[in-house]
Design a protein around this ligand. Structure first.
Ligand SMILES: C=C(O[C@@H]1C=C(C(=O)O)C=C[C@H]1O)C(=O)O
Length: 289
């Protein structure tokens, strides 16, 4: 028997961006056998809420997990990853990328993984020493004061649709060209405390998300139609966008993520080694109360 108060809701987070929709399209928290609340927020907000103990399980920036990996575990086979271009982690510049990143870079305040990925690429791959400023995700304002601007998620997609004049650099593609590896931007992260208190709930939740993802990926058309209805664009764009993303957490994904963590550690962006721990049904010692 799992411990914990049965009336106490499980506090879930969900990323506001479209990129997670294939995982959630057939997920209905009200059909879980236990009460659950959901906060839908930008990644940077979810990162803070999870790290502060305000959420029990949420997809968060993989960088945020890396900052406190000892207190959290990852739900199996879930991520937002790309093996090459990602299409929504985009650096916009007026000059070619290699030149623009020598100057001042405006970083979206909605991200943690991608802003550090850009620092790693700029400094380690290009030997640049840029100046960074953190900004609201508004491309025109960002480029008023900077040589390059990084946007993620729907902010990047919308900016890409309406700003043909800029050089657009896809950081998933940059990472792949440089390292040969995939990049994992977000991971479904559960606090060890919640996993110990409610192992049965976490198991049921992981199964429900896995089932929703399986159905969502089986036929992406309903997901793409909803994205088109809510955000505009072509159906073919959204189908291509979702088909291109990876939602698994295989050995190949972990390999790419571990290299990212290693580089972040080497640059002093991460305070400590981040060992990756995956939740399984029997990870936790179950406390009988
Ligand atoms: C692919 C994406 O992945 C994301 C990037 C994140 C980050 O940079 O911290 C966090 C969550 C994901 O939404 C995207 O937002 O475009």
């Amino acid at each position: 028997m799992g411990g914990g108060n049965v009336k106490e809701p499980l506090r879930l987070g969900r990323i506001l961006y479209t990129n997670v929709w294939p995982v959630y399209h057939y997920f209905d928290p009200s059909s879980l056998s236990f009460p659950a609340t959901t906060r839908v927020e930008l990644p940077a907000v979810l990162n803070r809420l999870l790290l502060e103990g305000e959420l029990d399980m949420s997809p968060v920036s993989s960088f945020a997990y890396g900052t406190a990996a000892d207190q959290f575990m990852l739900l199996p086979n879930l991520s937002v990853s790309a093996d090459g271009p990602v299409k929504s982690i985009l650096c916009f510049s007026k000059k070619p990328f290699a030149e623009a990143i020598q100057g001042r870079i405006a970083l979206t305040n909605t991200s943690a993984t991608s802003i550090n990925l850009l620092k790693i690429i700029a400094e380690k791959a290009y030997g640049a020493k840029p100046e960074y400023v953190t900004c609201e995700p508004d491309l025109e304002q960002m480029l008023e004061h900077a040589d390059a601007a990084l946007l993620i998620g729907d902010h990047a997609i919308r900016a890409d649709w309406s700003n043909a004049a800029y050089t657009v650099t896809d950081l998933g593609a940059e990472w792949k060209n440089w390292t040969g590896k995939s990049m994992t931007f977000a991971v479904w992260t559960v606090s060890k405390q919640a996993a110990a208190r409610h192992p049965d709930r976490i198991g049921e939740l992981a199964a429900a998300l896995a089932a929703s993802k399986r159905r969502g990926l089986e036929d992406l058309t309903p997901v793409a139609r909803q994205a088109q209805a809510e955000l505009g664009g072509e159906l073919a764009y959204w189908l291509g966008y979702f088909e291109n993303l990876n939602y698994d957490l295989t050995a190949e994904r972990l390999d790419g993520l571990e290299l990212y963590f290693r580089y972040a550690r080497e640059m002093g962006l991460l305070p400590q080694e981040a060992g990756i721990e995956i939740w399984t049904d029997n990870t936790e010692i179950r406390v009988n109360e």
